[in-house]
Design a protein. Structure first.
Length: 649
């Protein structure tokens, strides 16, 4: 009975093997044999029970199989009927679907037509009023045009202000109003000029009336004050009548127009001022007079116009630079023979003794945009010089103006175009590498631009007050921006490869080779770093180190993901194969210039983690069989690894 109870305890509780076996072996000498006999008897009893149960359910299983065989024929017939019915329904529904789609399309068209008609009816009055305004402007009915303009602004345009053509109209109305103002001012000046033609008649009338007043002065003194006042009023009336001989109709029209615009006071004051000047000129002529007007304000105005002219040039050249960058293919310039090489050299000062030794055909390191940019900068200097020469300034001042204008072109216009170009999404790694090469050659060409300015102004560069071109900082900033964009795009491309990684963390054994996504990623990095051969060594090395560190960090985060609950031995081995490929890639020196194992250090943390994994697995394998499960590693090991990494960091 004791052995039987021990046997039941063995069968019922699998977690107490050690205690049960100790109780068996610590009994009498023949305890083991008796225990085995009881165990065999128990096994035979279980076998008999299993056999009885199988015999009991065998007939039911046979009957079920028989019924299934009978039903199979009917099921096949039903399947054929259902398939045929479905086909006929599909054929019948195709025409219904086509008619339904046609109805929907017609209703959409009808709704669109109705909407268009409503919008056109709303917009037609605006267009008619604007056409009326244009017609009034053409026939020079400016007062009516101002009335029409007021109706447009206050009544018609607010109804349809959401449309683009209305925005254009709203922008044009102030221009039209300003045009009316300028035309009116011009007419007023013409009127004042015409008055000067009649000044002799005005003077003659004034002198006659003065003579009459002097002749009648004695007689007027004898009369009473009333008669005197009446005669004076009569004389003044005659003088005003003589002045009214000059036509004032146009002046009154202009006054009405500008009262409508709100500028009536300005025109009235201007008219009064000019009339007073004319009166002084006619009545008190100065035969010899030195006016002595200062000309400083005139020169200030010219300099202000020069600044505005330079701003206009900068805007124009900004568009030219954008067009050049958009048309560039961002690849080295191919040169087939000596003539093509001389053509390029005539446009851009390029010198490379090593390249000169190579035979044709060969490629120049910069792209087509570099000579074009250099030519456009020289054209800008010529355009700026044409205006500066008319200011009658010294050569030193003109040289200083040209250098300041060129500095603005480089530091503001060209730099802004380069920054915008680098940030465009369609610019890839190859284009960014070429941009860095281009900016390097443009920076080297700045000294030739300084010589060019000195030659056209005849001012030596050794002069103390000579300004320098700031191309160094401009192109250095552009290179730094391009380098940062290269690092960012490399990391983004690595993230795209990492996202398609599909590890089976429960796989029983590894495939024996590295994952496909990782091999594609390594091939991509190799081909990319080959393009970096023309870059400065530090840039290529930094990009390579940044890419390896980002890859290592991404793999580390993948392994330490909180959603990962357990990892099999096969998954660890597969992950280890991928890390080995990363280390081999780092040791192959994809970019020259690294010292020793510097690049491999990017994966050192990942390697240490795998070492901890494997050491933990070995430790688990040494535990008793009841306490180990090597095929499924508990995720608590990951927390040990995390603590270890925090300690070594």
């Amino acid at each position: 009975m004791e052995k039987r109870s021990v046997l039941f305890e063995v069968v019922g509780e699998t977690d107490s093997f050690v205690r049960v076996f100790e109780s068996v072996y610590d009994d009498q000498p023949n305890a083991h044999q008796r225990f085995m006999e009881k165990l065999d008897a128990c096994i035979r009893n279980h076998d008999r029970e299993i056999e009885k149960m199988c015999n009991f359910h065998h007939q039911g299983f046979v009957d079920a199989i028989t019924e299934l065989l009978k039903v199979r024929a009917d099921a096949e017939k039903l399947k054929v009927q259902v398939t045929d019915t479905n086909r006929r329904l599909q054929d019948a529904g195709k025409e219904v679907i086509a008619q339904t789609e046609e109805i929907i399309r017609c209703r959409v068209q009808q709704r669109n037509i109705t909407t268009v008609v409503e919008k056109l009816q709303l917009c037609l009055p605006v267009l008619e009023m604007y056409s009326k305004l244009k017609e009034q402007m053409n026939v020079k009915r400016y007062y009516s045009a101002l009335k029409t303009m007021e109706q447009l602004e206050n009544l018609y345009l607010p109804r349809v202000s959401q449309y683009r053509f209305c925005q254009i109209m709203i922008e044009n109305l102030p221009k039209l109003r300003e045009e009316i103002k300028e035309i009116s001012m011009s007419d007023l000046k013409d009127f004042l000029e015409s008055i000067r033609k009649h000044s002799d008649r005005i003077g003659e009338t004034a002198m006659k009336q003065a003579q009459q007043q002097k002749t009648f002065s004695t007689a007027l003194q004898k009369q009473n004050n009333v008669s005197y006042g009446r005669n004076v009023h009569l004389g003044r009336s005659r003088f005003m009548e003589s002045k009214n001989e000059i036509t004032l109709k146009r002046t009154f029209e202009e006054d009405d127009e500008h009262e409508e615009e709100g500028d009536g006071e300005i025109f009235e004051n201007y008219y009064r001022k000019q009339r007073r000047k004319q009166a002084r000129l006619v009545l008190q002529p100065q035969s010899s007079m030195g006016y002595g007007f200062p000309v400083n304000r005139l020169f200030d105005l010219l300099f202000e116009i020069r600044d505005q002219y330079n701003e206009t040039l900068l805007k124009k050249w900004s568009g030219l630079f954008r067009d050049i960058f958009e048309a560039d293919n961002y690849s080295p310039i191919p040169v087939a023979n000596e003539e093509e090489y001389k053509i390029v050299i005539s446009k851009f000062p390029f010198q490379d003794p090593e390249l000169d030794k190579q035979s044709f055909p060969k490629k120049l390191p910069m792209s087509q945009s570099v000579p074009q940019i250099y030519i456009q900068v020289k054209e800008f200097i010529y355009a700026s010089l044409k205006f500066s020469e008319s200011l009658h300034r010294s050569s030193t001042e003109i040289d200083d103006m040209l250098r300041k204008s060129t500095n603005l072109l480089l530091t503001r216009t060209l730099s802004s175009c380069l920054q915008n170009l680098i940030k465009k999404p369609h610019i890839g790694l190859t284009e960014l590498v070429q941009i860095i090469i281009n900016t390097t050659h443009l920076e080297q060409a700045c000294k030739y631009l300084e010589d060019f300015i000195s030659n056209i102004t005849n001012i030596s560069q050794v002069t103390v007050h000579t300004a320098r071109l700031y191309g160094l900082s401009t192109f250095k900033d552009a290179r730094h921006a391009a380098e940062g964009e290269i690092y960012t795009k490399l990391n983004q491309k690595i993230d795209e490869f990492i996202q398609i990684a599909d590890y089976d963390w429960t796989m029983s054994e590894s495939d024996g080779r590295a994952s496909g996504y990782l091999m594609d990623l390594i091939n991509f990095l190799r081909s990319t770093f080959q393009v970096f051969t023309h870059l400065p060594g530090k840039v290529a090395q930094t990009a390579c180190m940044s890419a390896c560190q980002h890859l290592s960090t991404s793999l580390m985060q993948m392994l330490l993901d909180s959603e990962l609950k357990q990892i099999s031995m096969g998954a660890i081995q597969q992950f280890n194969l991928d890390v080995i490929q990363c280390e081999l890639f780092a040791s192959s020196e994809p970019v020259p210039g690294f010292q020793g194992d510097t690049l491999q250090l990017a994966f050192i943390d990942l390697r240490q983690m795998l070492v901890i994994f494997f050491s933990t697995i070995v430790s688990l394998s040494k535990l008793p069989e009841k306490k180990r499960n090597v095929e499924r590693i508990p995720y608590q090991i990951i927390y040990i690894v995390r603590i270890f990494l925090l300690l070594i960091i």
